[in-house]
Design a protein around this ligand. Sequence first.
Ligand code: FAD
Ligand code: NAP
Length: 357
Amino acid sequence: MDSDNSCANEEPSLSSNSSLFLIEEQVSLKKYHTFALPAFARYFCAIPSEPALFSLLENPSFKLLPRVFIGEGSNTLFLRDFPGVVVKIEIKGLQVVSEDGRYVYLKVSAGENWHQVVEYTLSRNWFGLENLSLIPGTAGAAPIQNIGAYGVELKDVLTELSAIDVKTGQAVLFSRQECHFAYRDSRFKKEPGRYVITSITLKLTKVPEMHLDYSGIKEELHRRDLSDPTPRQLSHVICDIRRNKLPDPSILANAGSFFKNPILSAFEYQSLREKFPDIKSHKMNDNAYKIHAAWLIESCGFKGKKIHNIGVYEKQALVLTNNGKASGAQLKEAVEEIVDAVENKFLISLESEPVMY
Ligand code: FAD
Ligand code: NAP
């Protein structure tokens, strides 16, 4: 949550000074985040264009209120009512910026649905996004945690992004290096609310460069007798694996992986392995091991369990679900129970992945 407001008693009220967008009051946030908790926003507005965004940012009352920018809410949780403005970025557009014999540079506006972008690129025979198929959410949110799946991350394809600095109201351009991408992390995740991303630019290839090494993919390709899949076939395989393993948020509310995979040093990892020889992990480099958070949670007996109205998904213990009746307080309690159990057994502090308000 971000606000320039130092005097909470002033209670600024917001009304639209522009015909470019509408401000609504007391809006239920249930349908605006995939975990679907019962919470209300004091103000809500959907922003369809950059001029509308500039106009909102210039509104004097807006500057005084707490605010949060969202896409499709698949990595955001509203545990309680939001006392300020929830701004949903819906800016649309796809534009080829340049191309040559090998590459296409595609500029994607922040409000485009990510999977539709993947589908669009595949339909034009532009490659690079196959492994990121079916990740929910918008293009504008993708850089926030450097979305990743099946061995590919956004940072592998993003060249630059455009944003507006909320503090100054100025447009800014960030190169890939300036985004400080890391494992499910970026400078934007560390400085929430400072920048609104308006578009991202992707470097796609005209000749496929396939990433098939990730566990699960090879086995599934083999099962389907696809030794040399096309990018479209790879995308289908990944969509099918995901549909089989993850709950569809439109049917069972969830926010994807609830916890990050903890990264341990080689020393920490070796000491843990002495105690738990069957621990599941991946070596990232000589001094970093990624521990499977799902295995830690499963080993504490939570897989398939219910804690009040929160479920630990039976096919993937990293995913928490809401049976439709959960409150923010119940989710908080369930998260604490899981984190405490993992901490007590493994001395590892699990970190939540979604952003919580
Ligand atoms: P939101 O939840 O709306 O926002 C997420 C964060 O980004 C918030 O902090 C918000 O303030 C900020 N934000 C949103 N838009 C903007 C903008 N334009 N400018 C500035 N800040 C902004 N993630 C992965 O990395 N890999 C996966 O494989 C994956 N699988 C998932 C599967 C399921 C079933 C679900 C529910 C989630 C999954 N996720 C995954 C998490 C989620 O899909 C991604 O984090 C996605 O990028 C979130 O997009 P969103 O538009 O829903 O973002
Ligand atoms: P999975 O394939 O069962 O793998 C379990 C864990 O092992 C993952 O966390 C993954 O790390 C790691 N892993 C597997 N093979 C690896 C390899 N070859 N190299 C390095 N690490 C490897 O995981 P899953 O739950 O079904 O998810 C599949 C992919 O989709 C993963 O990449 C996962 O991150 C992504 N996903 C993310 C979310 C989310 O909300 N963030 C939700 C669903 C799926 P990584 O997570 O680092 O890949």
